[in-house]
Ligand binder design. Structure first.
Ligand SMILES: Nc1ncnc2c1ncn2[C@@H]1O[C@H](COP(=O)(O)OP(=O)(O)OP(=O)(O)O)[C@@H](O)[C@H]1O
Ligand SMILES: [Mg+2]
Length: 202
């Protein structure tokens, strides 16, 4: 498995809305990160560093340990050894809301509830309430519209049930959900099935 920086956000300057915030974001580092399943070592002593604003690509053949590495970063899996830091803060195991504000992950197996609307899915567990303590559908819709405007996501109705969306639209909603928590680090996992087939046939 190899990690390559594919872009660097240092060009953001004063123009980007979050450029000011970004300069104060902490770096994400891992040291000696290790995870095995039974006798299989999935992630072997990874030392990695991502500076604020950087975009890294994680490349490797099937079973190389990419998903395991991301799950360790997101707190979905517990490392056997090694450490993950966001700035000075050591990140432990656990993938709740608080943790997803630090490292959020968009998994290729989507986590959306098909029978919930787009807005309900994005704000699940942090729904805005109305005066009598029920979920405020109006504020839910507005928060979703505001988020979509900020992320430049167009053409997805916040009130539509997720099961009616295309796969591409679901990925956008999943990404919006991850970004709704204003995470300091976001990771995506995308499968290149072709590579797998090529490897199997070759
Ligand atoms: N929950 C698990 N239980 C047992 N073995 C696992 C588990 N998760 C991953 N593994 C094993 O760990 C290794 C790394 O798997 P991982 O899913 O991280 O690879 P990957 O790089 O994401 O592969 P792919 O490109 O197929 O998504 C593989 O040998 C896999 O079989
Ligand atoms: Mg994977």
């Amino acid at each position: 498995m190899s990690v390559m920086p594919t872009a660097n956000g240092s060009h953001a300057g004063e123009n980007g809305a979050s450029a000011g915030d970004r300069s104060s974001l902490p770096a994400l580092t891992t040291s000696g990160l290790m995870k095995s399943f039974g006798g299989v070592i999935a992630v072997n002593a990874i030392d990695f560093r991502a500076e604020p604003g950087q975009i890294h690509g994680l490349l490797g053949e099937n079973g190389a340990g990419k998903s395991t590495f991301i799950k360790l970063l997101a707190g979905v899996l517990r490392a056997d050894a090694g450490e993950i830091h966001l700035g000075d803060e050591a990140l432990g195991y656990g993938a709740g809301r608080a943790r997803s504000r630090q490292v959020a992950a968009v998994f290729q197996e989507l986590s959306l509830v098909p029978d919930f609307t787009v807005a309900e899915n994005i704000w699940i567990g942090q729904e805005p309430l109305n005066r009598i303590g029920g979920v405020s559908t109006r504020r839910l819709r507005r928060k979703t519209r505001d988020l979509f405007a900020e992320l430049e996501i167009e053409g997805i109705n916040p009130d539509r049930e997720v099961r009616l969306l295309s796969v591409a639209e679901r990925h956008l909603v999943e990404t919006a959900k991850a970004l709704a928590g204003s995470p300091q680090v976001l990771s995506w996992m995308r499968q290149r099935r072709r590579l797998g087939r090529a490897r199997q046939s070759g």
